[in-house]
Design a protein around this ligand. Sequence first.
Ligand code: 5GP
Length: 192
Amino acid sequence: MKDKKGKLIIISAPSGCGKSTIIGDIMDRGELDLQFSVSATNRKPRPGEVDGVNYHFLSDQQFNDLIAEGAFVEYEQVYPGRYYGTLKSELQNRVNEGHNVILDIDVKGGINVKKQFGSDAISIFIAPPGIEELRRRLKGRGSDSDEEIEQRVGRAEYELGYQQEYDHVIINDTLQDAIAEIERLMADFIGK
Ligand code: 5GP
């Protein structure tokens, strides 16, 4: 075991802001010692998602049992009836072994974890250049109906209302610039 404990990197962003691409790119480059906190959820896997990799996919009953056991650092109902939570077991071992852990979680969860971990955590919010640009990007993905796009835009407006609570806000205007900026913030924070 290393003497130095790992740190937490909290990343939140509205859907369509490039969060998964940015996190994936930084992790693939492998410059920083980063591990991903796999959240638990009661939503169904999407095509291509793997249990234990993207999420721990649980039934409603399993999720409720873990709440009752006090197994979560935090959990939230992000969409009606859809719960997501960070398991203590995902953080404890990794941090104690000296690895830094990335948490991709919603705004309420992000603010909650930052409060609990204080200076052992950095919180980064990724914002779109504007709501119209976000709507254009979501349409361009071609994966959602008009109704779903408007739901996501509505949720994005709600999440943007919390950005000032984050340590850093990065606007993803140009993807490569956003990646470079976020990687630099992470490197400075974990002392590399
Ligand atoms: P999706 O269903 O698209 O994978 O994720 C929906 C939202 O849930 C995203 O904003 C994601 O950041 C958030 N989320 C994922 N895992 C967690 C978690 O463990 N806790 C909280 N509070 N939010 C999460």
